[in-house]
Design a protein around this ligand. Structure first.
Ligand code: AMP
Ligand code: MG
Length: 406
């Protein structure tokens, strides 16, 4: 097995060929989950003026030396009004949340701490602290300040921030289009009932969903037979997308025609087979193109769990890199406590599906009963993958293990 590529080396090789797609401009309302290709810079101060954080009364601190001071009301200031003249000494200004603070005001006393027996005067039941309930001009953002960096994902809160600072259009990376092609003479459409010797094409559905979950465009090219001419034509179509994911046909079988066909079509092979379980037969290559990052080609093993795990470990980081996210060159693992006993035996590092155990003081995981790379039913509820090193060992409940985090 010494000739097999390690998982960490395989990820590095994949990411070496994955580069962010070119920037495009998007209207802000259509940019949810896009990745910024350029920093966002504010065209305003926020707040644009000193503003009140409360409904209440604006005063000079020196005019309220003691609880129970009564002052005449000299003006009323609503949100949306432009800043008014200086506050007359010895008076209070009634002010609403978000309204501009007049010059001279040192504090705002919230309305709940005041009483007003007559419309033109107010009794203040608090001695104010200078600056209280006042948000100073530019306290949050100064004009010209960078509020978001390239590589950041536009979440709802960040979309709001863009709106606040005048970024009505944003520069984001073009989303990758990902073609998905399932190979195999035994496959029928998922909408059909399989005949003798046939199974439904579950991988195309699983992979298209995984692509969409990662905010890329999925283009399903359906099923292609293990027949050279048909495979060639289908792959040619797939190579029009930024990424081509094939399922099946990369093992050692007589009809595993995918690697040879890809190379005939000019795809440059980077690796075939890695030291892991499930997913050993993984094939990866790229097709250079002028002016844009290379097209990436993943030949995933046909077994559904192998396909899913290979997607998680290698395709997902690549798609995120293409989308412009900052992606580590290494898989991130977190230590966690095993909640159950696991008897493990394998000649390769093995990724086992597991559930997080909630309500524990230490992060804990429970592995799922799982029958291997063809057992999608045993795998389907997984929340995380636990990595077990090669060898034969019984892991006791309570032992620490490594859980894949990205
Ligand atoms: P292969 O990698 O082509 O040798 O296929 C390995 C195993 O995965 C075989 O048992 C196939 O029947 C199964 N398989 C291949 N393609 C798919 C698919 N698209 N959906 C479900 N199972 C598949
Ligand atoms: Mg096959």
């Amino acid at each position: 097995m010494a000739d097999l590529l390690e998982v960490s080396d395989a990820l590095q090789k994949v990411l070496q060929h994955a580069a962010p797609l070119p920037a495009i401009e998007r209207d802000l309302p259509k940019a949810l989950h896009e990745i910024l290709a350029a920093p966002v810079v504010s065209d305003v101060d926020s707040p644009p003026y000193d503003k009140s954080m409360m409904d209440g009364y604006a005063v000079r601190a020196s005019d309220v030396p003691a609880i129970g001071t009564t002052l005449p009301i000299s003006q009323r200031i609503m949100a949306g009004m432009s800043p008014t003249g200086e506050l007359q000494t010895g008076t209070a200004a009634q002010i609403m949340t978000g309204a501009p603070i007049p010059p001279g005001v040192e504090a705002v006393i919230m309305v709940e701490r005041t009483a007003s027996d007559l419309p033109d005067r107010v009794t203040l039941n608090e001695v104010p602290r200078p600056g209280q309930n006042i948000l100073r001009r530019a306290a949050s953002i100064a004009v010209g300040q960078t509020v978001l960096e390239a590589g950041e994902r536009l979440t709802p809160a960040r979309i709001g921030l863009c709106a606040e600072v005048g970024a009505a259009r944003v520069k984001v990376h073009r989303r990758p289009q990902v073609a998905i092609l399932s190979t195999g003479d035994e496959l029928v459409e998922f909408t059909e009932r399989p005949g003798p010797g046939q199974i439904r094409n579950s991988n195309s559905l699983l992979l298209a969903a995984a692509v969409q979950e990662n905010k890329c465009k999925a283009l399903s090219l359906g099923i292609v037979r293990d027949e050279p001419a048909a495979l060639r034509t289908a792959i040619q179509r797939g190579l029009e997308s930024d990424v081509l994911i094939l399922s099946g046909g990369v093992s050692a079988g007589v009809l595993d025609l995918v690697p040879a066909t890809l190379q005939e079509l000019g795809v440059i092979p980077v690796f075939h087979k890695i030291r892991m379980k499930p997913g050993k037969p993984l094939w990866f290559g790229y097709l250079p193109r002028a002016g844009e990052p290379s097209r990436l080609v993943f030949g995933l093993p046909g077994n559904p769990v192998s396909s899913a795990v290979c997607f998680e470990l290698f395709v997902k980081p690549a798609l995120r890199r293409l989308r412009g996210e900052n992606v580590s060159n290494e898989h991130q693992f977190q230590p966690a406590r095993l909640a159950n006993e696991v008897k493990h035996r394998s000649d390769r590092p093995t990724f086992v599906p597991a559930l997080w155990e909630h309500g524990q003081s230490t992060p804990s995981v429970r592995t799922l009963p799982w029958g291997g790379s063809a057992d999608l039913n045993g795998f389907a509820r997984y929340e995380c993958l636990v990595l077990f090193p090669p060898g034969e060992q019984v892991y006791q409940s309570g032992e620490m293990v490594q859980v894949l985090m990205n």
